[in-house]
Design a protein around this ligand. Structure first.
Ligand code: C2E
Ligand code: MG
Ligand code: MG
Length: 468
């Protein structure tokens, strides 16, 4: 009997123990799940979804809470943005861009280890942080290394992609900035790198800060300037050197603001590009200049040509080609009388993106000019592969006439002749430059020697006195 009772108690104990073990297992499972969830949450808030790199939250929360591990003194920060990433995204889609972003992050980590810590802080924006950098100038060394490391292509889904980066560098040493201020300064320096040609780095300093303030002022006024009719188009004649007659004009924007006075295009075009205001502004120039050409044609002057400067930002608009076609068709102008000028440096960095549109335009009959040739990096052998009809030699080339560097101009003019490209020399100011260009059979010139850019009436007066 006693034995039976003991056995019963034993089985109750075992059952009780089993229940406890089961409860503990369930509890452990729930705790593990909760931990995983918390981890996932932390992963989401502190790490980038696409690249798994720590994000801006990580940078601000963790670093600011651990000043001893991340002392702001002797800190160098690199603010990195991928040039034209938005266009790649629009062309290739999100899945492709995500793969590309992982490739970029891996390369950045590899190029900056072991001292740099990489953060993914925005869609195509990265930060690299170097702590305890007693060596001033480390930012520039690292940026040079990164830019060189990005010369190699990315192979994504059977596509070969070449990327450029714009980098802003901030060294803490000389200022009292905290981390958020350093990030803003890095962003400002990065924007300056973009504005001054992309694919390069700029080190933040106080004069940059002042320049950025001025640009913000321009930006604020620029928004209303279109509505308030503050723009005008001037025209600079281009002279045909074989016949000594006006062949056409280059349309050049002029802006006068009540408060800021007259602002040169070199100051406002870049701002218009970064804000995308260049799109409505450029369309306005296109309509205005084409309408003026039509007016001259109707007045009996002609045939004349019109060259219009076009920003790559405009070219990247899906409807750019149709806008050009519609403008010409509406005015009943022959496409071959319109030339679109694209600066060499801008074209080189976006060639793979805008090439189909340039080919379409050329096919349609519009001429394409490579503007400011000599300021970018295109190799001469590349010229034959581009859908261009004209090469505009930059003023810096014209200024070489009369020096011992003339040989280069001669070779370029010779090559253009071989490639059947028209040639225009820019910024001709001296008679000896003109004689030299004629002797070398350069086809056209424009410059203050013949005429400065003039308003419509000035051009009409000029044509009256110098018939074409
Ligand atoms: P660009 O297209 O290379 O235009 C030639 C610039 O050289 C013009 O400056 C012109 O006034 C100037 N120039 C012409 N002949 C001489 C000369 O003999 N000596 C000197 N020193 N300069 C001369 P501008 O009008 O200040 O324009 C500067 C740049 O702004 C243009 O360079 C062009 O890249 C841009 N730009 C002007 N208008 C437009 C526009 O409607 N759209 C776009 N996207 N860019 C424009
Ligand atoms: Mg031009
Ligand atoms: Mg030019």
């Amino acid at each position: 009997m006693l034995n039976m009772n003991t056995a019963k108690w034993d089985s109750i104990h075992i059952l009780f123990l089993l229940v406890i073990v089961m409860l503990l297992t369930v509890l452990a499972w729930i705790t593990a799940k909760l931990c995983k969830l918390k981890q996932k949450n932390t992963q989401l808030t502190l790490y980038s979804k696409q690249t798994s790199l720590p994000n801006k939250n990580f940078l601000l929360q963790i670093i600011e809470k651990n000043p001893n591990r991340y002392p702001v003194e002797n800190m160098t920060l690199l603010y990195i943005d991928v040039d034209h990433f938005k266009s790649i995204n629009e062309l290739k889609g999100f899945d492709f861009s995500d793969l590309l972003l992982s490739g970029i992050s891996e390369r950045l980590v590899a190029l900056t280890k072991p001292k740099g810590q990489v953060f993914h802080i925005g869609q195509d924006e990265f930060l690299v942080l170097f702590t305890n950098t007693t060596h001033r100038g480390i930012g520039e060394i690292m940026a040079t290394n990164i830019l060189a490391g990005f010369k190699d292509s990315f192979e994504i889904a059977e596509n070969t992609i070449y990327l450029n980066l714009s980098i802003g560098i901030v060294e803490h040493g000389s200022s009292n900035m905290d981390i958020p201020q350093m990030i803003s300064a890095g962003e400002a320096a990065m924007y300056r790198a973009k504005q001054t040609g992309k694919g390069r780095y700029v080190v933040f300093n106080q004069s940059l800060f002042q320049a950025i303030k001025n640009e913000t002022l321009i930006q604020n006024h620029l928004r209303q300037a279109i509505e308030q009719d503050e723009f005008e188009v001037y025209y600079q004649p281009q002279l045909d050197l074989a016949f000594d007659r006006i062949d056409g004009f280059e349309a050049l924007l002029r802006w006068t603001n009540k408060e800021l006075g007259s602002i040169p295009p070199n100051q406002f075009i870049k701002v218009a590009e970064t804000t995308h205001l260049i799109v409505p502004l450029g369309n306005w120039v296109l309509r205005k200049a084409c309408a003026f050409l039509k007016k001259l044609e109707t007045m009996g002057y002609g045939p004349l040509n019109m060259s219009i400067n076009v920003s790559v930002v405009q070219l990247m608009q899906a409807d750019f080609v149709s806008t050009v076609q519609e403008t010409l068709e509406f005015l009943e102008l022959a496409p071959e009388h319109l030339e679109l000028e694209i600066t060499e440096s801008m074209l080189m960095e976006t060639l793979h993106l805008v090439l189909p549109k340039l080919e379409q335009l050329k096919e349609y009959g519009v001429r394409i000019a490579l503007d400011d040739f000599g300021t970018g990096y295109s190799s001469l052998s590349y010229l034959s592969q581009m859908p261009i009809s004209t090469l505009k030699l930059d003023k810096s080339f014209t200024d070489k006439i009369g020096t011992n560097q003339e040989g280069l101009i001669e070779s370029i003019l010779y090559l253009c002749k071989r490639l059947d490209l028209s040639t225009v020399a820019e910024g001709v100011e001296k008679n000896y430059q003109l004689s030299y260009l004629k002797k070398q059979e350069c086809q056209k010139m424009q410059g203050f020697l013949f005429s400065k850019p003039l308003p419509e009436q000035g051009i009409i007066d000029l044509l009256k006195s110098a018939p074409t």
